[in-house]
Write a protein that binds this ligand. Sequence first.
Ligand code: ADP
Length: 293
Amino acid sequence: EQATHTRVRIGAIDDDAYAVFLDDVSEQRRFEEVRRDFVTNVSHELKTPSGAIALLAETISDAVDDPDAVRYFAGRITKESERLNQLVRHLIDLQRVQDMSAMQATQRVDALAAVREAIELNATSAQERQIDVRLTVDGQMHQMPQMHPSASSDSRFEVLADRESLTTAVRNLVENAIRYSPQHGSVVVVLERAGDTAPIDAASTHAVPTHAVRIRVVDQGIGIPKDAQARVFERFYRVDAARSRATGGSGLGLSIAKHGIEEHGGSLSMWSHEGFGSTFTIELPAAPENTEA
Ligand code: ADP
């Protein structure tokens, strides 16, 4: 039920006439509520790891004589601070995608370079969980250049977007694919051009072919139950809050990704089957052919 809120305002028309205005302030109220919930959620999320760190540090000082215990608790402190870091990073990203004026930030971006960077940024966690992350480009296995991070770009995959938003979106999808996969699992990132032969209006003589650059992140992890699928893009929503917190999620990754992609005229969609895995698909309109060259 959507309560409506009305504010009554009395305005003078002239010396002896008044008008009564009834302003609908529901929208404003809802915005206030969302903002308040957000702050409450953030505070809660920050409190959990920072409380744990304080507790673990105290435990360590009681266990100085037991090197194994010290190592164990130090490891847990590292994990908790990683969670704090991730949460803060996600908050900054969220702020960024929300503040962004798409037009202002739009540039020609090589999606291949952005995808490679996004995979690189997850290399440590993939290694930790022994998850094999592969990239295929137009159906071909792509060798990740180890030593040449700025290796040649590929104009077929150029999109008009904000480089950081695109990298962040893919990074978050890969991060999730790794997080929700079993140890030794595999994640495939697929980059391809789509719609090369599909004109907007086949009958029109001015038919403009539509091209899209498609990025898919495919995992064979735990999947998302049907009834939760519609909600995963909401801020702070988690299918299983306890499990997700244990594995280090912030509940923000997907909303950041979606916001950042849609801001640039793209789409982010999902297919998932519980117990089988998930596929997240980004589609962005390809940049027009570069005619300057
Ligand atoms: P989190 O930081 O908790 O992962 P997200 O916004 O990135 O938050 O995702 C929201 C929720 O959607 C997650 O808590 C998780 O339950 C579910 N989810 C996201 N990606 C996947 C995936 N690849 N496989 C299974 N569940 C996923």
